[in-house]
Write a protein that binds this ligand. Structure first.
Ligand code: ADP
Ligand code: MG
Length: 601
């Protein structure tokens, strides 16, 4: 037989190819590791690399995910190292309680540094962390009696297990195991309400607070968590080095971790690993192979230009795009088509009583004595020309603004003295005129975040996947999918939210709000950007929501939609109530017609 092209491998071989590749790769890695581990230099290199990855993962939570830039991470590792050194050498503790102390000390310092940042802008936090980093070695030198000053502390013992000291390979294994455990716990946590809440504060507090997140507490948690990990990494660091001196913790050390997290790929779990490989392991290896360094650079550059012609950022973007495409191709992977649409179960709608509200912005009076009464379970539309104060009214009801004067009662509870987090917990959900989704997360995860106020599993339960957390997240996943089906977007559940057009993002926001099982739902221009067909569906959806008892207050420009579904309409004009009544009454009012034809042109 003749073949024009090389014969493809027979199916049996082809089927086994991935497995074969894996075996070959594993063998190569094992051989490489064996060679590396036979040298104590490589062993130390790997141990420190693992310690740095551990530490950087803590910083990744704070800086990569929550978006709070810290330049104190090296200094916190320093504090943890000294806590371990003092406890073991000066006080004679064994490693494990000393490591616990290191974590506690790191956590304490980090929380203290973070406290002012809860009220002040995050730039103050950057400055505070720089100041702390610069002063920590001076503090160590001052406390000579405790810290040994410039000479440092020597003779720090290794961790021991059943009386056996863990040194060399055993220490590496221990640190690697701790890093792997943290990786797993962080992966769980980041894919839970705590992780979504953390990521939601990266672009400001508004969305987080609208979901009932106490943003100050969450920030404190992020500081404490990353500080505890830094402290623990410090204990490993001290014990691996057996000696700590102030020199180990110069300002560069903190900058190094910031580099690792940001350039390794902030908000990616693997970021710290890549960062440490690129900024620590690689330079060290090249340094130790000085005479071959130029060759290595040459080969590296060549590989870079062939494999990543658009640089690292371009490569990441391309991977993202491919993932998005895959997500588009496999919409029904989890049986999205079979999911039953289902609006929220019945609730007792909340009455809204707005009395004589005044809101000034500097010299601008946005609301000028507005009174509105919303009956429980009604659809109440707020209409009016642009700039008439509609969004301001929603912001006052949902606690984002404090009124200059006047009052808001929600379900009989005075609400205008409360912030948005408390209002959300009262059972109020809202959407935004410009949708505020987390674009990098999936549509489903965005909806899931809406369950924040109702979920009970703690951060620890979520991180360790304990039964209550697992049970709860399964139930909420299913409910979120049903709500996505309700707004007609089940098929796009696994796409990145940023890929959806604005109109559909608003529907995702409605699904997210419903997952919070509100008694009052505030919608700001839900119909903007929807097609005519989608508009009909929106009308039907709102009736269905009203059918469950939820009170709906919506700001809407689309007069036909309002006339079709609203029970009551309030017309605002230049911060005052111009008219109120049924749609028929209001849209026949000559004053309203005049305001519309004169005001909105
Ligand atoms: P609408 O939603 O009806 O279009 P808004 O409530 O957004 O109107 O705005 C009403 C008025 O209040 C406008 O004059 C606007 O410029 C002003 N305004 C709203 N929010 C703010 C703010 N945060 N700071 C200053 N002025 C504001
Ligand atoms: Mg508006």
């Amino acid at each position: 037989m003749e073949h024009a092209a090389p014969m493809p491998p027979p199916p049996a071989v082809r089927a086994r190819l991935p497995a074969l590749t894996t075996v070959v790769c594993a063998a190569l890695i094992a051989a490489g590791l064996a060679a590396a581990l036979s040298s104590s230099y490589f062993l130390m290199l790997m141990t420190f690399a693992a310690i740095y990855v551990l530490a950087a993962m803590g910083l990744n939570l704070l800086t990569g995910y929550a978006g709070i830039v810290s330049v104190a991470h090296g200094a916190l590792i320093c504090v943890g190292s000294y806590a371990c050194a003092i406890a073991t050498v000066r006080l004679g503790w064994s490693f494990w309680p000393a490591a616990a102390l290191s974590a506690a000390v790191g956590m304490g310092f980090s929380a203290l540094l973070g406290l002012p940042a809860l009220r002040l802008s995050s730039w103050y936090f950057v400055l505070i962390t720089i100041a702390f980093s610069l002063s920590v070695t001076a503090m160590i030198n001052d406390l000579r009696a405790l810290t040994g000053g410039y000479g440092g502390i020597v003779g720090i013992p290794p961790p021991a297990l059943f009386g056996l000291p863990l040194e060399g390979f055993a220490l590496l294994a221990l640190v690697a195991a701790a890093t792997a455990l943290l990786w797993w716990a962080m992966r769980n946590l980041l894919h839970s309400r705590v992780g979504w809440a953390l990521q939601s504060i990266r672009e400001g507090d508004v969305r987080a607070q609208a979901n009932g997140v106490s943003t100050a507490r969450l920030r404190l948690f992020a500081f404490a968590f990353s500080g505890a990990i830094a402290g623990l990494a410090g204990a490993f660091f001290a014990s691996a080095k057996t000696v700590v001196t102030p020199e180990d913790f110069s300002f560069d050390f903190s900058i190094f971790f910031l580099f690792v997290v940001v350039l390794g790929g902030g908000a990616r779990l693997a970021g710290p690993l890549l960062g440490v490989a690129a900024f620590y392991v690689l330079p060290e290896l090249l340094g130790s192979l000085k005479e071959y360094r130029m060759i290595a650079y040459g080969v590296g550059l060549l590989a870079f230009s062939v494999l990543l012609p658009e640089g690292l950022a371009g490569a990441l973007a391309a991977i993202d795009e491919r993932r998005a495409q895959r997500a588009r191709l496999a919409p029904a992977a989890d049986g999205a088509a079979a999911v039953q649409a289902q609006p929220a179960p019945a609730v007792a709608g909340m009455a809204v009583d707005v009395r004589e509200l005044v809101k000034d912005f500097g010299g601008v009076r946005a609301l000028d004595g507005v009174s509105v009464n919303v009956r429980p379970g009604h659809i109440h539309a707020i209409v009016g020309p642009n700039g008439s104060g509609k969004t301001t009214l929603l912001n006052l009801i949902s606690g984002f603004y404090r009124p200059t004067s006047g009052a808001v009662d929600l379900g009989g509870v005075p609400a205008h003295t409360h912030g948005p987090t408390d209002i959300a917990r009262l059972g109020v959900q809202r959407t935004f005129q410009t949708p505020r989704l987390m674009g990098e997360l999936s549509v489903l995860d965005n909806v899931r975040f809406g369950g924040y106020v109702r979920e009970r599993a703690s951060g620890l339960e979520l991180a360790l996947r304990l039964p209550r957390a697992l049970h709860e997240s399964r139930a909420f996943d299913a409910e979120a999918m049903r709500l996505l089906a309700t707004v007609g977007l089940a098929a796009r559940a696994h796409e990145r939210a940023a890929l959806l057009p604005h109109g559909q993002q608003r529907l995702v926001e409605i699904a997210r709000a419903l997952l919070g099982r509100p008694r009052l739902l505030l919608l700001d221009e839900p119909a903007a950007g929807l097609s005519l067909g989608e508009l009909d569906e929106l009308g039907a959806l709102m009736r269905a929501i009203r059918g469950t008892g939820i009170t709906l207050v919506m700001v809407e420009h689309h007069i036909e939609l309002v006339a079709d579904i609203a029970d009551t309409v309030t017309v605002l004009d230049r911060g005052r109530v111009l008219a109120e009544g049924t749609p028929q009454q209001v849209f026949a009012d000559p004053a309203v017609i005049a305001a519309y034809t004169g005001g909105s042109a």
